[in-house]
Every structure is written in C-alpha cells, then in structure tokens.
Write a protein that binds this ligand. Structure first.
Ligand code: ADP
Ligand code: ZN
Ligand code: MG
Length: 503
C-alpha cells in the first residue's frame, strides 16, 4: 500500500532496498491472579480496585512468584521451540513513569527463561513461489505489566491524567523475534501464527482490543546485498495486525525516502497514528532510558527442573501446524479446508469429535467444506454462528451415508435451516420424507435391485456379507430415501440369506 502522504517512490527505487523486520510481542498470561501478588488478574473493573500493597509498590511489600505464570511461560516457550533455561533470573528494569508505582518493572534480562526458538510462517521466495520460512525467536522472558494512564474521558480532564493500577503486575511473556522477517506480509503472517499457537496452548486470550497482545515492530532498510543491517526504528502503539502491516509499509517507504534524499535514519521509537496512517517520532535513542538493570533482590532465582518441565508439557496440545498436516492426511482434505476446520482449537476439537462419531468422517468434512461454508459465507456468518450445529451436520451426513437422504434433498434441508435459522434435527423432523413401512412394497424394490445386480448377489452368497450394504443403499435410493431403514435392513438380509440357502 503506497501511503498518500508519501512522495511516490518509483518501483525501481523501492526495489533497490531490502527491509529487515524484528518483532517484540507482549502477551498477558491467563492466570487467575497477578504475577507477584494475590490480586485478581482480570481486564477492566473499577479503577484501582484490583490492587494491594505489593502491586502498588508500597514499601515493605514483597513479591511472591505466581507458579501458574511460570507454567504458562514454559508452555508457550516450548510451543515456539525454545530451549528452557533451568535457572533464570528476575531483574529490576528501572524507569520512572506514573503507571509504574515501584519505579521499576520486574523483568528478566540476561538470563531469561527461554531462548533460541522458531516458528514457521508461509512466505514467498524471490520468484514468487510459496515457501515456508523459519523465523528465529531470540527469547521469551517473563515480566509484569504496568498500570494505565488515562488522559481523556473525563469532564475535567483538560489538564489532568488519571492512573488506573488494576493492570499493574499482570503477568506477561515477551517474545522477541530475530530480525528474520523481510516484508510487512511476513510480519503479518508471523503474528497470525504466533497468536494462533498461543491461543491453542491457552496461555493468553490474545485479545488485542483489551491489550492482552501488544506488539512493537522494529524495522530498518538496507541496500540489497548489503552485509550490514540498516539503523532501525521501533514502531509502538499499534493495536491490530493489519495496522502493524500498514505501519511497516509506511515506515519502510519513509526510511527509503530519507536515504534516497541523502539523509540518515535515526534510531528512535515512533508512534503509529491510525487516523493519519503514518508514524511520528516519539523519542530518539539518544534520549532513551538507561534501565540500570540489576538482579531483583526480593526474588530467588527461578528454577524449573526437568521433572516440573515434563509435568507442564503434558498440557502442550497438538499445535495448529501439525494438526493441519495430520488432518489433511487423515480426512483427505485440502490445506484450505484444513485452515477452515482449525480456525480455533475449540472448533477443531468439536469437529474431530463429531467426525469420528459419524459413519463417514470424510462425508462430514465434505458437508462442512462444500455445503456449510458456502451457506455461511452467503449469510455473512462465522462458523461458530452457524444455525446448523456440528451435531446437525453429523446427523445429515449419516442420513446421506445410509442413503436415506439424497444429496438434492439434503441441500434443500440445509437451505431451509439457513432461511429459518434452525438446526438440522428440527427441520429434518418436520420435512423428512414419508416413510414406507409396507414390507411388500419394500420387498418388491429389493427384488428389483437383486435382479439387476447378479454379481453382487454372487459375492454375498459366496460369503461377503458386507455386500448387503450395497443392496440397502440401492433400494434406499430407489425408494427416494423413503424406505424404513430398519425394516429395509432386515428384509435385505433375509432375502439374500434365502437366496444363499436356496442354492
Ligand atoms: P534494542 O537493543 O534496541 O532493544 P535488540 O537487538 O534487542 O534491540 O532487538 C530488538 C528487536 O529489534 C528484535 O526483535 C530484533 O530482531 C529487532 N532488530 C534488531 N536489529 C534490527 C535491525 N537492524 N532492523 C530491524 N530489526 C532489528
Ligand atoms: Zn496486588
Ligand atoms: Mg533489546
């Protein structure tokens, strides 16, 4: 996207440069209580009600590390293929800001809990071919969140700032990537995959509107083929993946323009302005903080031994990428369908449970991917909002499998479900075809099918009893799905057995 505020750079000029991107992602961990005290870890609430002497930083109050925060940190670390450091250290990161009453943040510095990980993201090579790119993860460390300054929303706030310390001490994991990303699209994919992994592991709700996932994007440009990265700028305050992509696109062009104009990129933090679609300088690195890190004297080293690690990792689920690969093989579906079915772990779980309970899992898949998703799209609904539940889909699939419902009828019933906003069971009960329970009528149809298929009859008589299903299916079709299935089954077996003994 070329920003309208930029002087247009020609494609030739843009093509001279190679962007380099590294992301720092903060996620709030889904614990019951805060990182170092017993206060509830919950978004919102009346300002300054989820606080205590510890998270307010009152003198004499001591931190106690939340075990669950460590477990979630380890889980996340493993899911992004990091090595766990058995003994990690908490440090004080000193800075003065109203939303941090202690005057420092408890974080991890030179000995973080996890390092050297990676995640795979879809990307394109120089020829435009789709590839998978492995993005290095430098580290994951544990720390605490700060409070919030509130600048507006008050009648008398013209010259005032209010502080809400409810968020103070919320446990965070910070995940720092290597500068391995090369385009804003790759950054977008990285964030999408990372968020998906964290959601699957249940370590965070990753709700960007509520700030449970926040990202600082570092970006620089260099001439293609250069040996050294350019000077980076850090873009802060971006609250959606799409805006991060836009901010990176803007920033890359801004930096190229600076260099093309004979200038130098300044190392600085910049703020993204959504309304204007551009970044502004916030503070240069020369004014940057010296955090004067030192080990936190009130917390002992954190030791996560092998036994504890093993215990924690029992909760590691099958990760989205692996799950998709397995489902593609198991249900013979396309990668696109696999994406649809694994959109959330909850849906993937209930899908697989349903599919495996059905007569034919593959038919359930094809009903979802060919019939359901199209109707959802037309109705502008998400999978979770479908009037037809997975249970309904399984029922429909089983009826189709047994031949009791023709595909035409099935489609009509699904249409009705969508127009009436009702689940399949209800519509089927009302609209289901009249059943033929007259044994004579069914027998006549069985005779017809038997007469037309001597080969299958011979197979049955020869001992291949499973061929009975072939006759049941064909008679069911012949009856337009109206034959009473129980009766049909019984009569088919009786007739075929009679043929066998007659010989
Ligand atoms: P700082 O010392 O400014 O915090 P770090 O080396 O710790 O910088 O890196 C912070 C983030 O910036 C990481 O995600 C890293 O991948 C990224 N990064 C580092 N150097 C560059 C660069 N030249 N261009 C783009 N991103 C970079
Ligand atoms: Zn507290
Ligand atoms: Mg750093």
């Amino acid at each position: 996207m070329i920003m309208s505020t930029m002087t247009a750079l020609t494609p030739e000029v843009l093509a001279k440069y190679q962007p380099v991107i590294g992301l720092e992602v903060h996620v709030q961990l889904l614990t019951e209580s805060k990182a170092f005290c017993g206060c509830v870890n919950r978004y919102g609430g009346e300002p300054n009600t989820h606080v205590c002497p510890t998270c307010l930083g009152l003198p004499g109050a001591l931190p106690v590390l939340n075990r669950r925060a460590v477990e979630l940190g380890v889980l996340a670390s493993k899911a992004i293929h990091c090595e766990i450091r058995e003994t990690s250290i908490f440090s004080r990161k000193n800075y003065f800001y109203p939303d941090s009453p202690k005057g420092y943040q408890i974080s991890q510095f030179d000995r973080p809990i996890a390092e050297n990980g990676w995640i795979d993201v879809p990307a394109f090579d120089a020829t435009g071919a789709a590839i998978t790119k492995r993005i290095g993860i430098t580290r994951l460390h544990l720390e605490e969140d700060a409070g919030k300054s509130i600048h507006d929303g008050f009648a008398d706030s013209v010259s005032r700032t209010y502080i809400d310390l409810n968020r103070c001490g919320t446990p965070l994991a910070e995940i720092v990537s290597e500068p391995d990303l090369r385009t804003p699209d790759e950054a977008f994919e990285y964030l999408t995959r990372l968020k998906e992994i964290l959601l699957y592991c249940g370590v965070s709700d990753c709700n960007m509107e509520e700030g449970s996932l926040r990202c600082d994007a570092n970006v620089s440009v260099m001439l293609k083929g250069a040996k050294q990265y350019g000077t980076k700028a850090e873009v802060k305050n971006v609250n959606s993946f799409r805006y991060i992509r836009a901010a990176l696109e803007y920033e890359i062009e801004r930096q190229i323009e600076v260099l093309e104009g004979g200038g130098r990129v300044v190392q600085e933090s910049r703020l993204w302005n959504n309304a204007e679609g551009r970044t502004y300088s916030m503070r240069s690195k020369e004014q940057a903080h010296d955090y004067r890190y030192f080990p936190e004297p009130d917390l002992p080293p954190l030791v996560v031994g092998e036994a504890w690690q093993r215990e924690i990792l029992k909760a590691l689920p099958e990760l989205p990428e692996a799950r998709r690969a397995r489902m593609i093989a198991e249900y013979e579906i396309t990668p696109q369908d696999a994406m649809t079915l694994t959109a959330t772990r909850a849906f993937a779980d209930s899908f697989e449970e349903a599919a495996n309970a059905a007569k034919s899992p593959k038919r359930v898949v094809s009903l979802i991917t060919s019939e359901l998703t199209g109707r959802l799209k037309a109705a502008g609904l998400e999978l979770e909002q479908s009037p037809v539940t997975l249970k309904g889909i399984v029922q429909a699939a089983d009826l189709a499998e047994s031949g009791e419902l023709s595909s035409k009828m099935l489609k009509q019933l699904l249409d009705t479900c969508f127009t009436e906003g009702k689940d399949f069971a209800e519509v089927y009960e009302r609209e289901k075809p009249q059943q033929i329970s007259d044994a004579g009528a069914i027998e006549a149809m069985i005779d017809e099918v038997i007469a037309a298929n001597p080969k299958q009859v011979a197979q049955y008589v020869g001992g291949k009893k499973t061929v009975a299903a072939f006759f049941v299916g064909n008679v069911m079709r012949l009856s337009k799905g109206q034959a009473n299935p129980a009766l049909l089954n019984e009569l088919v077996t009786r007739k075929l057995d009679a043929l066998g003994s007659a010989e």
